[in-house]
Design a protein around this ligand. Structure first.
Ligand code: GDP
Ligand code: MG
Length: 151
């Protein structure tokens, strides 16, 4: 089953939105495989956002991301990378549909409360970076699985 890295950013944690965000993934039927409250180093954040290094907002992004604890999570399930991004909404919250996490809870791109991997490859890279000791997926609850998946 596919895995994705979802992270609640410092503003989302400080605003008390951890439970709300977890609730949405749980209710959709996805399975939580790892969760940790962490205070990432700037070095880890710069590595996480390495593709954005040349951008004018990069330094501000790292400051924002280092401003408080984040909640890193691994979620598992069918198409969870793409669907997770849909559940988050657009990068710019003002362009995000109501019903998405960003569309319901935030306004500015530089305070958009959550992160989600943008591809299966990014997810693998990010999960290895944020959970270097590895992720153990709990053994499948077959009766629950049958209520969410056809097979
Ligand atoms: P994401 O995958 O939707 O999170 O978007 P990106 O990977 O393109 O950018 C990573 C994060 O950088 C975004 O979630 C925003 O927090 C931030 N960011 C992206 N573009 C901008 C921008 O134009 N201005 C500011 N201030 N932050 C930005
Ligand atoms: Mg991104």
């Amino acid at each position: 089953m596919e895995q994705t890295y979802i992270m609640i950013k410092p503003d989302g944690v400080a605003r008390g939105l951890v439970g709300e965000i977890i609730k949405r993934f749980e209710q959709r039927g996805y399975q939580l495989a790892a969760l940790e409250l962490m205070n990432p180093t700037k070095q880890l954040l710069e590595e996480h956002y390495q593709d954005l290094k040349g951008k004018g907002f990069f330094a501000g992004l790292i400051e924002y991301m280092a401003s408080g604890p984040v909640v890193g999570m691994v979620w598992v399930g069918k198409d969870v990378v793409k669907v997770g991004r849909k559940m988050l909404g657009e990068t710019n919250p003002l362009a995000s549909a109501a019903g998405t996490i960003r569309g319901d809870f935030c306004i500015e791109v530089g305070r958009n409360i959550c992160h989600g991997s943008d591809s299966v490859e990014s997810a693998q890279r990010e999960i290895a970076m944020w959970f270097p000791r590895g992720v153990k997926v709990a053994s499948r609850n077959t009766s629950l699985h049958a209520l969410i998946y056809e097979n």
